[in-house]
Design a protein around this ligand. Structure first.
Ligand SMILES: Cc1cc2nc3c(=O)[nH]c(=O)nc-3n(C[C@H](O)[C@H](O)[C@H](O)COP(=O)(O)OP(=O)(O)OC[C@H]3O[C@@H](n4cnc5c(N)ncnc54)[C@H](O)[C@@H]3O)c2cc1C
Length: 311
């Protein structure tokens, strides 16, 4: 095996957790040398990437630009010939993995939750349809695999060290895409990242009016209300309450979900909560895979009983 290239993702001057998750995965695979590709001045933090044997620094802006970053990734693949290229399954990763795989004519496996190295080939498991279906793909390297956040241990991938360093120039692009500015989410009425107890409402609540049940329970528990993305998309709740990949990452002492299925994009934002209690009428809902306690019941019946008890 000719090694792995981990394409490091960063935001606002810090490596994202998914970078360390991918390093943890690369380390578990035994594919040989691990090279980490960083962009702009992020190479200055190479000491955090101790699992990597070598850090390849692309000289370009720190601001994500799919054209420049994919051209640099292609150059790094051409110079290191890895068998496996790991790219984050994130908004930035989607813009990067596709042009990279297309320009080198490599297979691309998306939504990976796990990868096994069989010596001759890789077996990649992809989580599809919001976690309802797992698909295994057997592919021979070189292959581009997009890794879902929350599927590997970022803490194990975070290791101090002194990988060797090299630099590549990001090839010139025609500059069709330009970075303008990073838009931070508007701070809302409540900062859910600071809440000790969160009651997270999902599509299972059924209607905007029924959110009242969760609010009643929240008041009794001195909790704040959070939600999954469909409620924000439907205009039922403010974006400042959304937990997940495109929302906020939260770590409360207690996270109670009401009618949330547990799609990887939601789990990414709440999996580190100290205690998770899931209430869902479908016993096969993936949320039960991360919950410490689960109730397979109609959420309205459970809320009613809880409210009665607490009162
Ligand atoms: C790029 C990208 C980014 C995304 N970012 C986010 C994000 O930041 N946050 C996020 O949450 N999602 C995000 N998503 C969407 C995500 O994939 C899921 O679609 C979403 O999380 C599903 O929300 P849900 O669990 O509320 O709804 P559903 O998946 O529809 O689940 C509803 C659940 O309610 C249960 N239910 C129904 N009625 C009842 C009842 N009466 N009692 C009990 N249980 C009941 C059902 O069994 C079901 O499991 C993103 C998707 C993409 C592609």
């Amino acid at each position: 095996m000719a090694g792995t290239l981990v394409v490091c993702e960063h935001l606002a001057g810090k490596f994202s957790d998914i970078t360390f998750e991918m390093l943890d995965l690369a380390n578990s695979l035994g594919t040989g040398e691990i090279n980490a590709l960083t962009f702009g001045s992020m190479a200055e933090n190479a000491g955090e990437l101790g699992i990597a044997n070598k850090v390849i620094s692309a000289s370009c802006s720190n601001d994500f630009n799919p054209e420049t970053y994919s051209a640099a990734t292609v150059a790094a693949i051409e110079s290191t010939s890895p068998d496996l290229i790991l790219i984050a399954s994130t908004s930035m990763g989607y813009d990067l993995a596709n042009p990279v795989a297309a320009s080198l004519d490599l297979p691309l496996v998306a939504y990976c939750t796990g990868i096994q190295n069989n010596g001759e080939d890789f077996v990649c498991t992809s989580s599809l349809y919001g976690g309802k279906m797992n698909v295994s793909s057997k592919v021979s390297g070189p292959v581009v695999a997009m890794v879902l956040s929350g599927t590997h241990d970022a803490d194990s991938g975070r290791r101090e060290g002194a990988p060797s360093m090299s630099e590549i120039a990001a090839p010139a692009t025609d500059g069709k895409i330009r970075f303008k500015r990073l838009i931070e989410p508007e701070p809302g009425d409540v900062d859910i990242t600071q809440s000790e107890i969160l009651i997270a409402v999902g599509r299972g609540i059924g209607s905007k009016d029924d959110i009242e049940v969760a609010e009643e329970l929240a008041e009794l528990l001195n909790a704040d209300i959070a939600c999954s993305r469909p409620l924000v998309d439907a205009g039922w709740m403010e974006k400042s309450r959304q937990v997940g990949k495109s929302g906020f990452k939260v770590k409360p002492k207690l996270y109670i979900t009401l009618g949330i299925s547990g799609a990887p994009e939601h789990i990414e934002g709440m999996k580190d909560s100290a205690t998770i209690i899931a209430i869902n009428s479908d016993e096969n809902a993936p949320i039960f895979d991360v919950a410490h306690y689960g109730v397979v019941e109609d959420l309205f019946e459970v809320c009613e009983e809880l409210i009665e008890e607490l009162e």
